[in-house]
Ligand binder design. Structure first.
Ligand code: ADQ
Length: 466
């Protein structure tokens, strides 16, 4: 089994004055470990840092094969084509995508390097699982080099409707790249249908939204909604030390009646500004008062080399400043804003401390934060305000669903969540907890790999939320 992803699953950390390698927290590693049941795994990806970055050959039983990027490739392939062309285009063009030919050439050349690395390393007949928008050309390139391999591809972000996808000057090679896989998986059925439709229209593929005939082969297409490590989150949330930390957090916040929480990578797709504007207006009209309510907003630093992300950070910090300038009292800010990553125990303590979780992206493939909040609410209390434009909204139907573009609607939803009758809140949370218990990240990985192997499978529908 070979996993191919933009990043290797390890990170460099300092412990006791020395540098060590650790597995990156969460994510694909914990998803894949149980599904692989002890089979050997090789992981191919960028180690982070410049070309001189040396990684161990193996870590935690995973064989690591680094694909280095030089400074120009980091600029053109990663910051450019991946994050300034594909990322905004695939997220409903909420920012204008930039199209530059040099970025595209770098994308082709880095995808080719990945494909070669896999072709050299994979055992005969191996299963290869390629991840995400940075590597869409790899399936076709790899099939040409190694037709014996079984190739799966999973897209973690949305696949846009054809009106948007057709803007991409390199739309045909991107589609052909994906169609090199045996199975192409998406977060939700809508994305799978967008892909199949555009493959039929542009490339003349025939077939349905679940099986396409193209180039003399069958390519299966399906929705495989990703999830969280529910058991691990429940274990942490049940730990008395984590629960004590949650109580301590509430004390440190000044024991307000209502703690509202936002946790996001700092990204313009996450709708953090909408949320801050809505909160500001709720303080302004007296629906929220500083003595009753506090918002904690954690923003993880992300893509700091990109000027759009630096601008977004400035914009958000200005909004936080405006709300705090008007509604804080000395020693008691209305908004506690942290621009930093937090450890998992602290994150779960924050989820436990929060009465209302605000997840308001303008577009999001899935959104794991929403599912992590639900999995952590072991006493079935708490309310989730969730954007309709997340993949998670298709499964978590008992959240308070909102359109984040509609500020009045967002304010109504937050008021609703703050004033939710506890019995109704518990009933809703119980139903949402059933969804994340039945469909966790291990089930996700297993269902994708089973569909890739059995050849006849058609992907899985999201679990029945009832
Ligand atoms: P992301 O856009 O990164 O992922 P998300 O699904 O919310 O978005 O995952 C973020 C992860 O980072 C969560 O596990 C969360 O706990 C963690 N995180 C957030 N803030 C943190 C903080 N301050 N400190 C530490 N950890 C923090 C992409 C897609 C999503 C899709 C995922 C998985 O954009 O739509 O759900 O991949 O497929």
């Amino acid at each position: 089994m070979v996993v191919v992803a933009n990043r290797l699953p390890v990170r460099r950390v300092e412990r006791d004055g020395e540098m060590h390698w650790d597995l990156s927290p969460g994510g694909l590693v914990s998803a894949l470990t149980p599904a692989l049941a002890g089979r050997p795994v090789m992981w191919i990806g960028w180690p982070g840092g410049g070309v001189e970055m040396i990684v161990p050959a193996q870590h935690a039983g995973i064989e690591l094969r680094p694909v280095p990027l030089d400074d120009a490739e980091f600029e053109e392939f990663y910051l450019g084509f991946s994050n300034a062309t594909l990322w905004p285009l695939y997220h409903d063009a909420v920012r204008s995508p930039a199209f530059h030919r040099e970025w595209w050439y770098a994308y082709v050349s880095v995808n080719d390097r990945y494909a070669r690395a896999v072709a050299e390393a994979a055992a005969p007949g191996a299963t290869v699982w390629v991840h995400d928008y940075q590597l869409q050309l790899v399936p076709k390139m790899l099939r040409a080099m190694r037709p014996d391999l079984r190739i799966g591809f999973f897209l973690h972000i949305p696949f846009p409707p054809q009106e948007l996808f057709l803007q991409l000057p390199w739309r045909r090679p991107v589609l052909e790249g994906l169609l090199g896989a045996d199975l192409v998986g998406f977060q939700v059925q809508g994305a799978a249908s967008n892909f199949s439709r555009v493959a039929r229209r542009l490339l003349g593929a025939s077939g349905t939204d679940t099986v396409l005939d193209y180039d003399g082969r069958q390519v299966r297409v399906g929705a495989f909604p990703i999830s969280v490590d529910t058991a691990a989150l429940i274990k942490r949330a049940s730990d008395p030390a984590v629960q004590a930390r949650a109580r301590q957090l509430r004390d440190e916040l000044g024991s307000p009646e209502v703690v509202l929480l936002g946790v996001d990578r700092l990204d313009y797709t996450k709708g953090i500004d909408r949320r801050l504007i809505a909160i500001g207006e709720l303080f302004a009209d007296g629906s929220l008062t500083r003595s009753r309510a506090v918002l904690v907003q954690i923003a993880v630093p992300s893509r700091e080399d990109d000027p759009h992300y630096r601008q977004e950070r400035e914009h958000l910090e200005q909004l936080v400043g405006e709300v705090n300038g008007s509604y804080s009292t000395v020693g008691h800010p209305a908004v506690h804003y942290l621009y930093q990553s937090v450890e998992l125990d602290e994150l779960v303590a924050l989820y436990l401390a929060a009465d209302v979780m605000l997840v308001t992206p303008l577009r999001d493939g899935m959104n794991l934060v929403a599912k992590e909040y639900v999995a952590s609410r072991v006493d079935a209390s708490g309310a989730l305000v969730l954007s309709e434009f997340t993949g998670a909204a298709q499964e978590l139907r008992d959240a308070i669903l909102v359109n984040p573009h509609d500020l009045d609607g967002l304010k109504t939803a937050i008021r609703h969540a703050v004033g939710l009758d506890p019995n109704e809140g518990t009933a809703r949370m119980r139903r949402m907890r059933r969804v994340v218990r039945r469909h966790d990240v291990q089930a996700w990985a297993k269902s994708f790999l089973a569909a890739l192997h059995d050849g006849g499978g058609h992907g899985v529908a999201p679990p029945d939320p009832g």
